[in-house]
Design a protein around this ligand. Structure first.
Ligand code: SF4
Ligand code: SF4
Length: 100
């Protein structure tokens, strides 16, 4: 394979990866359950959008140690790391439903 053909394939693969990531992210129902909303002591970075939808204020830098609104420390981890576990409200999680 020539250099130009290789570059084209690499670009196609990168676009495919971006598309897969966008599709994965779009599945989130923004219910806030994985951020402690159903526990009634959610993460301090969880904010409400319109229509009972929630988002993370620091989404791009979310992983690591944070506090709940009541000051309890916890670690935010990638969803795939907890998908096999249970948490309050997880039945509403779009990723859980998709993986069943
Ligand atoms: S830091 Fe993590 S737990 Fe907190 S709102 Fe953002 S994604 Fe949710
Ligand atoms: S529980 Fe699932 S659907 Fe709800 S906000 Fe978290 S990742 Fe999104």
């Amino acid at each position: 394979m020539g250099l130009e053909a290789f570059s084209n394939e690499e670009e196609k693969y990168r676009k495919w990866q971006d598309q897969q990531l966008a599709e994965w992210e779009a599945r989130c129902g923004c219910c806030g359950a994985c951020c402690g909303l159903v526990d009634e002591d959610p993460c301090e970075h969880l904010v409400e959008l319109q229509g009972h939808r929630y988002t993370c204020q620091i989404y791009e830098n979310r992983f690591g140690l944070h506090k709940t609104r009541n000051g309890r420390p916890f670690k935010c981890v990638p969803l795939r790391d907890i998908l096999h576990t249970s948490w309050p409200g997880d039945r509403a999680c779009a990723y859980k439903k998709h993986s069943l």
